[in-house]
Design a protein. Structure first.
Length: 232
């Protein structure tokens, strides 16, 4: 898939939204959109795959695992409308990667600066646990995004599963073995084409509430990433 212009990125996103390849994921995302959470009963859920969002000339790619059941799967935008997004954008705004500290719904004026946000898996999986084949099915979209985002220098992986999915992608796509790359918060690893992969604990309520990650830790990591980009 040749990605070389904005129109082609729009074409890619259109293909992502129309994807029905993984039947288990299709059934689950549509079930959630029908059996809504009580507090969102009056809302119309998106219930389809989630595309990337942000600066198309970004040098920083932030990647999570999958949409939240009542976040992205409800609102139709990555990291929007759930507790994880609340924490994430509070931190991104602190270091001026985003123009606001909230991400509540589409068309809320949110912008990312020098950053693009996407997901390894475009559909919400049951229990947040995708199968290896489901991730492989989605890698063609991730590959196309990587090919389009030609300026990316650093990939920030939010959580171990997202981190491992990137390693799996490069193992599969480049036929190389990066199996000695182990996830750690703040860990840095060199990828093909001299990209740098950085691990980060996922900004989930569980991790935030237990103190595994907090505002200071995340902001510190984001500041170090911005410094690396500015020093190049």
């Amino acid at each position: 898939m040749n990605i070389s212009s904005k129109s082609n990125l729009l074409e890619l996103n259109s293909k992502i939204i129309k994807c029905f390849e993984c039947k288990r994921l299709v059934n689950f995302r549509e079930k959630i959109a029908k059996d809504k959470r009580k507090m969102y009963k009056t809302e119309t859920y998106w219930g389809k795959p989630i595309v990337g969002f942000g600066d198309e000339n970004a040098r920083l790619l932030i990647i999570g695992l999958a949409p939240a059941a009542h976040g992205g799967n409800r609102t139709g935008r990555v990291f929007t409308g759930d507790k994880s997004s609340d924490f994430l954008f509070k931190c991104l705004n602190e270091v001026k990667i985003s123009n606001q500290d909230t991400s509540n719904y589409k068309n809320d004026g949110l912008k990312l600066f020098n950053a693009y946000l996407t997901l390894s898996l475009k559909c919400v999986p049951p229990e947040d646990k995708p199968t290896k084949q489901e991730l492989l099915n989605c890698f063609k979209f991730f590959k196309a995004e990587i090919n389009f985002l030609k300026n990316v220098k650093i990939i920030l992986a939010l959580g171990k599963i997202a981190f491992d999915s990137i390693i799996q992608f490069y193992n599969f796509e480049h036929n190389i073995k990066l199996n000695n790359y182990k996830f750690s918060h703040g860990g840095e690893f060199v990828l093909p084409e001299n990209k740098i992969l950085v691990g980060c604990y996922h900004p989930s309520p569980r991790n935030v509430n237990t103190g595994r990650i907090d505002f200071e830790k995340f902001v510190s990591l984001l500041k170090s990433i911005k410094k690396k980009l500015n020093d190049e």
